[in-house]
Design a protein around this ligand. Structure first.
Ligand code: ATP
Length: 445
């Protein structure tokens, strides 16, 4: 099998996403809106499965992490306290020739909009001085549009967690070390969004903040690095395309004591998927100072009240989806024809199995429909009778469906069906009860 990694691979993935209903350009009939994308039927299912997989790993399968769903709009003072209003900036430069705008710290990977597109470092255009550009989206709350009603769309989900630290502790009766996990939308007015769903202005984060005894920060930092790496492995991501990147002294955010990113090798280079940060007691201290509320932690194991340290794991949902699409995309030559396979893990594949009657006669459709209706109670499955069976397999292969179940002549004699594995192409015969057990096992991993 050939893993095709030519430069236009991203174009082919974008085209597959549109064709099969994973991702469409937003507001397409109006000409689209730059960097905004809509998840179609298969994409919505894939994203939902991914979030469930994260939520299960981070909350349901653990005793020490609680879930939260905080509001996107927060008191504007929160963003002054957190430092976002003054410090959440990216350096920006303009090209005096083509008027394009670039992130000054990402010039190497930027391309100008002129055709043929060139690097702003080599095109010869003169760049302006670097200006700082704040990435927060602003809007107004209530009918009056003035500075007193300015409110921000959150640029990260984490602040909702810090503000609810004591609420969650008190209502769940957790003791440190414990965490709070949240999945939700975040907004950043990125200077140069791009690379499909990699960098957008509206995106979803999957974040967890783990509150700990400051004396144990190194232990928990290492623990969460291991856990998060293992999570990508559990999704079946090719580990040779994953790596750690440590933030050097000059890159460390003002609040962080240590920070590592998990990076993936995309067709456009190594890029961040997730950050694991030791945020010290910065966030709770700042909110305590600003509000005068006592956010210190107390329990009988400690002599004095103290402000816990926080280990943060901050992942991008859309970036992980792109990773899965890139990592799973495969092209295979079959009888002179290029066939696309999307090798998604059964845990997160949008459709878990497709059911086909081999032909539309001899009672095969009736049997297949019965099996389909039985499976539908437990899994997202798809029934298809139209076209040659080879075509039906091909349609499911590029939709990422791991298993295809075919009802044939033998089924009518012994009730067994063929179950074809997308990746090994092996076919095994099973009856309905075995099939349910088999799929349950594969889907739950
Ligand atoms: P980058 O350096 O790529 O701008 P960042 O270091 O600013 O990312 P964080 O603030 O650590 O990112 O955000 C945590 C995670 O949220 C990132 O690892 C990424 O997966 C996701 N994320 C951040 N910005 C975007 C964006 N504009 N589009 C999609 N996902 C994003």
């Amino acid at each position: 099998m050939s893993k095709n990694k030519q430069p236009d691979l991203m174009d082919r993935i974008v085209s597959l996403c549109k064709r099969r209903g994973f991702v469409y350009p937003s507001s397409e009939i109006y000409g689209g809106l730059i960097s905004c994308w809509d998840y179609g039927p298969l994409g919505a299912e894939l994203k939902r499965n991914l979030k469930t997989h994260w939520w299960d790993a981070m909350t349901n399968r653990r005793d020490d992490v609680e879930g939260l769903d905080a509001a996107i709009l927060m008191h504007p003072q929160v963003w002054h306290t957190s430092g976002h209003v003054t410090e959440f900036n990216d350096p920006m430069v303009d090209c005096k020739t083509c008027k394009a705008r670039f992130r000054a710290d990402k010039l190497e990977e930027s391309r100008c909009p002129k055709r043929p597109s060139k690097s702003p470092l080599t095109c010869g255009g003169e760049l302006t001085e670097v200006k700082q550009f704040n990435l927060m989206f602003k809007t107004f709350m209530g009918p009056v549009e003035d500075t007193s009603s300015t409110i921000y769309l959150r640029p990260e989900t984490a602040q909702g967690i810090y503000l609810n630290f004591l609420n969650v502790k008190n209502s769940s009766r957790q003791k440190i070390p414990f965490g709070i996990a949240q999945i939700g939308k975040a907004f950043r007015n990125e200077i140069t969004p791009g690379n499909f769903i990699f960098r957008t202005r509206e995106f979803e984060q999957m974040e967890m903040q783990y509150f700990i005894d400051p004396a144990e920060d190194e232990k928990w930092f290492e623990y969460w690095r291991r856990e998060r790496w293992a999570w990508y492995e559990s999704l079946g991501v090719n580990v040779s395309k994953l790596r750690w990147s440590e933030h050097g002294e000059d890159e460390l955010a003002h609040y962080a004591k240590a920070a590592y990113d998990i990076e993936y090798e995309f067709p456009f280079g190594w890029q961040e998927l997730e950050g694991v940060h030791n945020r010290t007691d910065f966030d709770l201290s700042r909110h305590m100072e600003a509000t005068g509320k006592d956010l210190r932690y107390a329990d009988e194991r400690y002599k004095e009240k103290f402000i816990p340290y926080i280990i943060e794991t901050s992942a991008g949902c859309d970036r992980t989806i792109l990773t899965l699409l890139v990592d799973g995309y495969d092209e295979v030559e079959v009888k002179g024809e290029t066939r696309v396979f999307l090798r998604l893990s059964p845990k997160i594949a949008p459709i878990k199995a497709a059911v086909f009657p081999l032909v539309k006669k001899d009672g095969m459709p009736e049997f297949a429909e019965k099996v389909y209706n039985e499976l539908k109670k437990r899994f997202k499955v798809f029934y298809d009778v139209s076209g040659a069976v080879g075509r039906r397999y091909a349609r499911m292969d590029e939709a990422g469906t791991p298993f295809c179940v075919t009802v044939d002549g033998q089924t009518l004699q012994d009730e067994t069906m063929t179950v074809r594995d997308r990746d090994t192409m092996e076919q095994t015969r099973m009856k309905t009860a075995e099939l349910i057990e088999f799929l349950t096992d594969k889907v739950s991993g």
